[in-house]
Design a protein around this ligand. Structure first.
Ligand code: FAD
Length: 393
């Protein structure tokens, strides 16, 4: 049985968490929502939202106090992620990557010097990029071909990464690569590489369906020299354990988008009149909205369970994170689609937010481990076999 699966857990928020949630909600409503369509249309990175997030203390909020952060829990950060994603998916993703993924791995496994150097960058608004995928190594991440060879006090990186969220924007990159030293393979490790490191070149930006305000780019490494001390951690399994936090974060962006879509549909169902009555009185729509409510609650409970029931290393359980992300991501696709249906022609119109939300929600069964890969993880856990072989990207 996975950690905590058998325990009774209460998900009642503390007064401090309720205050945090309310603060995030107010920021999202007043400052993030009004320009969400703008970032989607222009595909520009929302730097002004980042400034707001920094002011509010939401970038690096999980960084411990001894490194200058406020030391919030993963659970706290998820509350903020959901509020941002309700109105603007990309802002939710920025909060995820400003608190989980690469920064989580750095703060857990990085050297004292690396933590002291880079934690302030995140607190000042950098969203670190986590760089695992390659064109020929997606779900099968351990097939990656990027290499780092140790030479004269440096790791020399060569290879290419694809679909990197924030490529060209992020100042910190955590690059997964096959390490070798003295001609001997050391396995997969993660190196911290700065944006302007010589030998790091920005490649093509992909044109994505949704979440358009953050670039997804290729990165190329040509004899990119990285100081030896920038090695954050070795071992794919260990690195992926930290990635479980990002999975729970990604699932929470999906949840937030779905919650936002549901709230729009609910208001519309109350106000829109056809056949001399609010459309929310028609049973077909009442049940649709009731189903949305049920699924949102279930997704949130699964995500919060994964976020509170952590392993000793401070990261979520792999199986619980996979369960939560599969459910939240698939549910978000259904709910945003149903919400668009409730909105009728307005839902399909680019003058209203739902078509953007449908496009945004579609991503989360792919990025950060596909729904199939995560089912392999769950299958391994329940059957004891090794289909996923801890290789999942
Ligand atoms: P493939 O692995 O080629 O899979 C294709 C299809 O086959 C999928 O449906 C998959 O589920 C299925 N499949 C593959 N293997 C199996 C199997 N064993 N059993 C059943 N079905 C299987 N990567 C990063 O490293 N950093 C990032 O910041 C990042 N950001 C991203 C942002 C976005 C918006 C997107 C869309 C992707 C991002 N990715 C990032 C890449 C993402 O992690 C990969 O897309 C993902 O791991 C899947 O890889 P793939 O796209 O190559 O699909």
């Amino acid at each position: 049985m996975a950690a905590g699966g058998e325990r009774f857990m209460s998900f009642r928020l503390t007064p401090e968490q309720q205050a945090l949630q309310e603060k995030a909600r107010a920021l999202a409503r007043e400052h993030i929502a009004p320009k969400a369509a703008h970032w989607d249309r222009t595909e520009e990175y929302p730097w002004e939202n980042v400034e707001r997030l920094v002011e509010a203390g939401f970038m690096g909020m999980t960084i411990p106090r001894e490194y200058g952060g406020p030391g919030h829990s993963l659970h706290d950060a998820l509350l903020v992620v959901e509020e941002m994603a309700k109105v603007c998916g990309i802002t939710g993703r920025i909060v995820v990557e400003g608190n989980m993924g690469a920064i989580g791995l750095l703060m857990r496994y990085g050297s004292e010097e690396l933590k002291r150097r880079y934690a302030p960058w995140v607190l000042q608004g950098d969203k670190p990029a986590i760089c695992i995928s390659e064109l020929e190594a997606g779900s099968d991440a351990t097939a990656m071909q990027t290499t780092a060879v140790k030479q004269d006090g440096h790791w020399v990186l060569n290879g290419s990464k694809s679909w990197i969220t924030g490529g060209g924007i992020s100042r910190i990159h955590l690059i997964f690569a096959r390490l070798s030293e003295n001609g001997l393979e050391q396995g997969i490790g993660a190196l911290l590489v700065e944006k302007d490191a010589p030998g790091l070149e920005l490649g093509r930006r992909a044109h994505m369906m949704g979440l358009r305000g953050i670039p997804e780019t290729e990165l190329h490494f040509r004899d990119c020299h990285v100081p030896a001390e920038n090695l954050v951690a070795m071992g794919f399994g260990k690195l992926m354990s930290g990635y479980n936090a990002q999975r729970v974060g990604a699932g929470t962006v999906a949840l937030g988008v779905a919650q936002g879509a549901y709230e729009l549909a609910l208001d519309f169902a109350r106000e829109r009149r056809q056949f001399d009555r609010p459309i929310g009185e028609f049973q077909g729509l009442r049940w649709m909205l009731a189903d949305m409510r049920v699924k949102l609650d279930a997704a949130r409970l699964l995500l919060h369970r994964a976020a509170v029931d952590l392993h000793a290393n401070g990261f979520p359980d792999r199986e619980l994170a996979a369960i939560a992300k599969v459910y939240a991501s698939e549910t978000a696709i259904q709910i945003s689609n149903d919400a668009l249906q409730v909105y009728g022609a307005r839902g399909y119109s680019r003058d209203f937010p739902l078509e953007r939300m449908v496009r945004d929600a579609r991503m989360f069964t792919i990025g950060g481990g596909t729904a199939q890969t995560l089912r392999n993880v769950i299958g391994d856990a329940i059957l004891g076999s090794k289909v996923s072989q801890r290789r999942e990207g």
